[in-house]
Design a protein around this ligand. Structure first.
Ligand code: FAD
Length: 426
C-alpha cells in the first residue's frame, strides 16, 4: 500500500514548478498534488545554472531562483509548497511507471498512485561515451544539466583559476559556459564540428558577430573537428584533449555540451513516442488519456512548423505546463496549445531573442558592428521567424508580435531596408 494523489507530476524541473503554480491559481485542495523529483531541491529556473550561478561575484544561489521568478511570478520555496498542501517527494528517482494501473514506483520502494499524471522528466545531457569517447567520469570533465553539475563546475573553476578550459560543443550550453569560464579568468578554447557556433539557429553572418565578440574576449575557436580522446594522468585527471584533426589542446577543465536526450525510457512500450519525445495533442495529453507530458520531453503540435516537434526551451516548458494544467482542470474544454517558439540567451553584455521558425529566406538588418541587429526568416511570402540582438523590451515585443501575425512580405530588399521598423509598425 502506498499513497494516492489526484494529480502527480513526475519530475521537479521548470515545467513542474509552473504547473504547480497554475494548479494553485485554479484551486486545488491540500493533499491533491504530489511532485516527485530526483533532484534534492524544489523546482528552479534551470537557465540560471549557466548564467548567474557561474558568476565569480555575487553568484545566484537558491532559494533566489526557484520557479517562477523567471516569469516574474511568485517564487515557490519549500515553504510555499507546504503552505499549499503540495507533497514534495525530493531526491527520489522514479524507477517504473504502470500507466494501466496508474502507479509509480520510487527508488525507495514506495508505490504512489494517481488519477492524472503529468510527465515533466525533461532531458539528460548526452555523454561523450555515446559518441565512442571515454573519460566523462574524470574529475575535471563537466556537463551542465542540474544543480549538482553546476556546483561541480564552480568548484572546478575555483580550483584551476587562470588555467586552460576546453569547451566541447558550440550550442548555447557551450557558448554560455565559455563566456562564464572567461569571466572566471580561464583561457578558453571552444571545439565543435560545425562551420560556426549555434549552427541550428544562427546564420553564418549572425554567428560571425558572436565569434568575433568571443575572440575579443580571448576565446579561441577550433571548428570543423571533434574530440577523439583525452590524455588522462595517473590521478584520473584529463590533461589534454586530442582532436580528430590530429591536434591536441592542454586542459585543466573540460566542459561538454553536446546535446540532450529526453527522459522517456519509463514510458517506452506504454505511450506513443514521436521524434524522441512523448507524443501529445494540443492539450498536452498523451496516447493515454490520464497522462499528460510537458516541457522538454513532450512532442507537441506547433502551428508555425506545421507539424509536431519537441522544443528544448524554458519558455515552452513554462507555457506547456500551464496549458496542460488548464486542460486537466477544465476537463479538456480548454483550447489547443497555440505556441510561438521563443528562445533566448545572454552572454557577456550581449542578449538575444528568437521567435518562430528559422526556415526559408533570411534577411539581415541593423548594425552588425556591435549595435542592435537581427534577422527575419520569410517562407512562402510570410514572415515566420525573427531574431534580435541588443533590443529594448518594446523591440523584442514587436518582433514577437510580428512573428505571431505572420505578415505578408513581398519584397525582401524592402524588408531589409526597413529592418526593425517593419516589426514595430506591423
Ligand atoms: P527539467 O527542467 O530538466 O526538469 C526535469 C526534472 O525531472 C529534473 O528535476 C529531473 O531530475 C527530473 N527527473 C527526470 N527523470 C526522473 C525520474 N525518473 N524520477 C524523478 N525525477 C526525474 N532555455 C532557454 O530557452 N533559454 C536559456 O537561456 C536556457 N538556458 C539553459 C541553461 C542550462 C544550463 C540548461 C541545462 C538548460 C537551459 N535552457 C534554456 C533549457 C531549459 O532549462 C529547459 O528547456 C527546461 O528546464 C525544461 O524544463 P522541464 O521541466 O521539461 O525539464
Amino acid at each position: 500500500m502506498g499513497r494516492a494523489f489526484l494529480y502527480v507530476i513526475l519530475g521537479g524541473g521548470v515545467a513542474a514548478g509552473y504547473a504547480a503554480l497554475e494548479f494553485t491559481k485554479r484551486g486545488i485542495s491540500h493533499g491533491e498534488l504530489c511532485i516527485i523529483s530526483e533532484e534534492p531541491v524544489p523546482p528552479y529556473e534551470r537557465p540560471a545554472l549557466s548564467k548567474g550561478f557561474l558568476l565569480p561575484e555575487a553568484p545566484a544561489r537558491l532559494p533566489s531562483f526557484h520557479t517562477c521568478v523567471g516569469a516574474n511570478e511568485e517564487r515557490l520555496t519549500p515553504k510555499w509548497y507546504k503552505e499549499h498542501g503540495i507533497e514534495l517527494v525530493l531526491g527520489s528517482r522514479v524507477k517504473s511507471v504502470d500507466v494501466r494501473r496508474k502507479t509509480l514506483l520510487t527508488g525507495s520502494g514506495e508505490t504512489i498512485s494517481y488519477k492524472v499524471l503529468i510527465i515533466a522528466t525533461g532531458a539528460r545531457a548526452l555523454k561523450l561515451e555515446e559518441f565512442g569517447v571515454k573519460g566523462s567520469d574524470s574529475e575535471n570533465v563537466c556537463y551542465l544539466r542540474d544543480l549538482a553539475d553546476a556546483n561541480r563546475l564552480v568548484n572546478l573553476m575555483e580550483s584551476c583559476s587562470g588555467g586552460n578550459a576546453v569547451v566541447i560543443g558550440g550550442g548555447y550550453i557551450g557558448m554560455e559556459c565559455a563566456a562564464s569560464l572567461v569571466i572566471n579568468r580561464m583561457s578558453v578554447t571552444m571545439v565543435f564540428p560545425e562551420e560556426h557556433c549555434m549552427a541550428r539557429l544562427f546564420t553564418p553572418k549572425i554567428a560571425s558577430f558572436y565569434e568575433e565578440f568571443y575572440k575579443s574576449k580571448g576565446v579561441k575557436f577550433v571548428k570543423g573537428t571533434i574530440l577523439s580522446s583525452f590524455d588522462i594522468d595517473s590521478n584520473g585527471k584529463v590533461t589534454a584533449v586530442n582532436l580528430r584533426d590530429g591536434s591536441s589542446l592542454p586542459a585543466d577543465t573540460v566542459v561538454v555540451g553536446i546535446g540532450i536526450r529526453p527522459n522517456t525510457s519509463l514510458f517506452e512500450g506504454q505511450l506513443t513516442l514521436e521524434k524522441g519525445g512523448i507524443k501529445v495533442n494540443g492539450k498536452m495529453q498523451s496516447s493515454n488519456s490520464s497522462v499528460y507530458a510537458v516541457g522538454d520531453v513532450a512532442t507537441f503540435p506547433v502551428k508555425v512548423f506545421g507539424e509536431s516537434r519537441r522544443l528544448e526551451h524554458v519558455d515552452s516548458a513554462r507555457k506547456s505546463a500551464r496549458h496542460a494544467v488548464g486542460a486537466i482542470m477544465e476537463q479538456n474544454q480548454a483550447g489547443e496549445f497555440d505556441y510561438l517558439p521563443f528562445f533566448y540567451s545572454r552572454v557577456f553584455t550581449l542578449s538575444w531573442q528568437f521567435y518562430g521558425d528559422n526556415a526559408g529566406d533570411v534577411v539581415h538588418f541593423g548594425d552588425f558592428s556591435g549595435g542592435t541587429f537581427g534577422a527575419y526568416w520569410v517562407r512562402n511570402g510570410h514572415l515566420v521567424g525573427s531574431f534580435l540582438e541588443g533590443g529594448t523590451k518594446e523591440e523584442y515585443e514587436a518582433i514577437a508580435k510580428a512573428t505571431r501575425l505572420k505578415p505578408a512580405v513581398e519584397d525582401l530588399a524592402e524588408l531589409e531596408r526597413q529592418g526593425l521598423v517593419f516589426a514595430v509598425t506591423v
